[in-house]
Structures are given as C-alpha cells and as structure tokens.
Design a protein around this ligand. Structure first.
Ligand code: SAH
Ligand code: SF4
Ligand code: F3S
Length: 441
C-alpha cells in the first residue's frame, strides 16, 4: 500500500472537461498524489464542473452534498470544485462552506499549492483566467476505459460571444496550442496503442498558430496529425458554421484516416433568432455550408446542436427550426431548451419570455422530428460497407462487438474474435435510429 494521498475526480460537461481532468491527474501525480476510482477511499474529492445550463449545475450541487457525507465519515477529506462552475461562481462557492478548494480552468497548475495550503476554515481559491495557458507541455493521464480513443485539446477559450452562452466567461479568450506539442501527443497515444484521436476546441476552424516559417491553420494542423500514421483515425469537434472552410473539407477528403463526420451546431433555423443569438451566419449560409460538405464529402456524417425557446422565439421561428431539420436530415442532434445564464448578453438584455410549457413542447417537437430523421439517415446506410474501429463488446450482447464507422454512426455485429482497437469491415443489414446492425465481411 502506498501512502500517497488519493484523488478522486468526477467529470461533467463537454469532452474538453474530460481532457482537462486528464491534465489535472497528470499535474497531481507529478506532485506525489495518486488516482483512485473509489470515492470512499479518496483523500481529495473533486468535481470538474459545467455551467452551460442550469440543470447541469443543479446536478453538480447534488453531488457536492454527497461529497460532504464523505467528510462526515472521514476526517481530513478535501472537497473541491474545478472547471466552469468554479470560474462562474468564484468565492460564492466558498460561502456555501461545502467546498475547500475552488480552481478555474486555467488554474490547474496551482492545484498542488492549493492542496498544500488548505486547512480547516481556510479554503483556497484560484480562478485567474490566462491569455496563454494551454497546458501544451503536459502529457494527460488517460482516464478512458477502452484504450482506443483519446481526446486532445488543440485550443482553449472562445472569442465568439454567442449571447446565450456562458463559455467565454468561464473559459476566457481563445488561444491555440503549439502544433508540435499536439502532434507529439498524437504520436505518444498512438505508440501506447490508441487508434483514434479527437481534436477539441470550441471553434476548431479558428485554430491558428503564428510562426516565422508560416502560420498553421486548422487545415494544416489536420494534415500534420493525419500524417502521424494511416492507422490513427482523426476526429474533431466543434466546427462553427461561420468559419468551416473549403480547405478543411478538402483536407478531410485527402486523408482516409480523417473521419468523415462534422458536428455543426445550428442552434436555430430562424435568421431573427440567429441574429439575436449573435451567431454570425444565416439560415441560407448554413444550408450552403451543408451543401458544400455533401458535395466535397458525399458520405460525411452530420450532427448538430439546437436550442428551443430562446428569448422572444415565436411559433414561426420554431417552425423554421423544424423545417431546417427536415431539410438537412442530421444523423443525430443534441437538443436543449434555452436556459438563461447569469451575466451573458442575453441575460442582461433580453427577457427569458418563452414559458417553460412552450419551451418543453417545442423541444419535444424537435426531438420527435429528429428521431424520424435519424431513422431516415441510418436507413440510407443499409447495404453499405464500412470500416469500423472496434471499441469493445456491445452493451446488450457479449457475443457482439461495437464500434464506429467513419461517419460516427455506431455499428454492432456478431464477432467473438476481434478486440478493441482492431479495424474490421462490416456490411449494414438493418438499423435503429441510433445503431447500424451489421455483419462482418
Ligand atoms: N462551441 C460550441 C458549443 C459549446 S456549448 C458551438 O459554438 O457550437 C454546447 C451546446 O450547448 C451549444 O451548441 C448549445 O446548443 C448549448 N447551449 C449553450 N448555451 C446554452 C443555454 N444557455 N441554454 C441552452 N443550451 C445552451
Ligand atoms: Fe459558446 Fe458560441 Fe463560443 Fe460555442 S462559439 S462556446 S456557443 S460562445
Ligand atoms: Fe460546460 Fe464548460 Fe464545457 S460550461 S460545456 S464544461 S466549456
């Protein structure tokens, strides 16, 4: 038994937070801590948090109550809040007396110092945002279970101030990470047996590394990472409709190992709403980008995010969202109703005036339509052959494996021979609205 203090972290929110938790473990392990997956064994309990919607925060508050029960059982347990809620609520979190440490997304290098300094009755906080921090030199300690797919952050922060969104306030200004450290990280995970990396940023298309020998944009970065090995698949998220360039689409087309899937959040189908949301594109622009994607990458998977019931949304605006969903036929969508976030442009300027019944009804209408469209999109793949990267046994049947096709659709197929990390060829026999049912070929 080692006597190193043990750290337990629960992660909420986006994939970037998953990667941040890996960075935090790396920093803490270098400082003499060790990781535990058992909360009842932990000396330090952290929640890496999300503020994007109110219900995300409410759930985390429920967990903080649970963490405090651990404190009652064992003396000296430290409870901390990391990430976006830490940044949004700052010292208000300390006033609750339920947390000992508060550290924002750019403060993780301070964690060993904060943990050193924390005493009963003297909590520690660091929520300074940085213009430079990218944790570029830190090798994340992978926390995923399957050892196949890894997240790599290529940038932090966001410079778009979409009026509903809290992210620019919790994550600070946009900064890109040195591409050489990104490539090195991709090489490192590949050497460790990983077969897929997902490059992460709030707006990957605005990635830019300025350099005397020529600037490196997102298309150039994709090319560099794709060249690590033809056996390493590349995914990325999130693309912004205003910035996704033809150059990126052509780079995707040029490399078999760059997966043909684009997550392209639309948020609304109404120009009036898009303008109020401060998205910098119109419905027409969005549809043109989709047409271009389908022209250059005919088999590309397409997914989206949408917000129902934003400030002053009328039935007419809502119908425009439905008609856009009908027209585009996304594979899947993350669908939410608007949740006002304190301090954002929308919260300061527009009343949250669509009542909750209407928001829920509109959201349900979008979900119902999208379920039909998902089925339509998955059906189009019946009879096609795909190269699938095996992730492991399927959830429902141990005699079946599952893994994703390039277009990001989940495939299941009877197979007791292959294992996680293998590439296999499958043919699609049938489908549900979320899974392609296949056989090995
Ligand atoms: N950078 C990405 C989105 C990050 S947040 C982009 O620009 O698309 C992920 C999703 O959460 C958003 O796409 C949006 O659909 C949703 N979201 C953000 N703020 C929200 C709010 N206040 N209420 C409801 N949904 C919200
Ligand atoms: Fe939020 Fe807009 Fe930035 Fe996405 S692009 S993180 S929605 S402000
Ligand atoms: Fe949530 Fe922060 Fe990500 S608010 S969605 S964890 S950037």
């Amino acid at each position: 038994m080692s006597n190193k203090p043990k750290v337990y972290i629960e992660t909420y929110g986006c994939q970037m937070n998953v990667n941040d938790t890996e960075v935090v473990f790396s920093i803490l392990i270098s400082a003499g801590y060790e990781r535990t997956e058992d909360i009842s064994d932990a000396d330090v309990i952290f929640a890496n948090t999300c503020s994007v919607r109110d219900n995300a925060e409410q759930r985390i508050w429920g967990r903080v109550e649970q963490f405090n029960l651990q404190k009652k059982n064992r003396d000296g347990v430290i409870v901390g809040i990391l990430g976006c809620m830490a940044e949004r609520l700052k010292d208000k979190l300390l006033e609750t007396k339920k947390v000992d440490i508060v550290a924002g997304p750019d403060s993780y290098r301070s964690l060993p110092r904060l943990l050193e300094a924390v005493r009963p009755g003297s909590p520690q906080i660091d929520v300074l945002l940085s213009r430079e921090e990218t944790y570029g030199d830190i090798t994340p300690v992978r926390i995923d279970k399957n050892g196949v797919s890894a997240f790599i952050s290529i940038m932090r922060g966001c410079n778009n101030v979409c009026s509903y969104c809290v992210v620019p306030y919790t994550r600070g200004v946009e900064r890109s990470r040195n591409p050489h450290t990104i490539v090195r990280e991709a090489e490192d995970v590949f050497a460790k047996g990983y077969k897929e990396v997902t490059l992460l940023g709030q707006n990957v298309d605005s990635y830019l590394w300025k350099c005397d020998s020529g600037d490196i944009n997102f298309a150039a970065l994709l090319d560099m990472v794709a060249n690590v090995s033809p056996e390493l698949r590349i995914r990325f998220s999130t693309s912004n409709p205003q910035d996704i360039s033809d150059e990126v689409l052509y780079t995707m087309a040029a490399h078999d190992n760059i997966c043909k899937h684009i997550h392209l959040p639309v948020q609304s189908g109404s120009d009036r709403m898009l303008e109020k949301m401060r998205r910098r594109y119109s419905r027409e622009w969005y549809l043109q980008r989709v047409a271009r994607i389908r022209e250059i990458l005919p088999d590309c998977g397409l997914t989206t995010d949408v917000i129902a019931g934003f400030c002053s949304e009328t039935e007419e605006d809502h119908k425009l969202t439905l008609s856009l969903f009908d027209e585009v036929c996304f594979d899947t969508a993350f669908m939410f109703y608007y949740s006002e976030r304190p301090g954002t442009i929308a919260a300061r300027n527009y009343p949250d005036d669509v009542d909750i019944e209407t928001k829920t009804r509109r959201l349900n209408e979008i979900i119902e339509l999208q379920n039909k469209k998902s089925l339509e999109s998955y059906r189009k793949d019946i009879g096609k052959k795909f190269k699938v990267l095996v992730e492991g046994p399927s959830k429902k049947n141990p005699e079946e494996l599952c893994g994703r096709a390039s277009n990001n659709k989940m495939c299941v197929f009877p197979d007791t021979f292959h294992k996680a990390g293998d590439y296999v060829e499958v043919e699609v026999l049938s489908c549900t609205s979320a899974t392609l049912i296949c056989r090995l070929v």
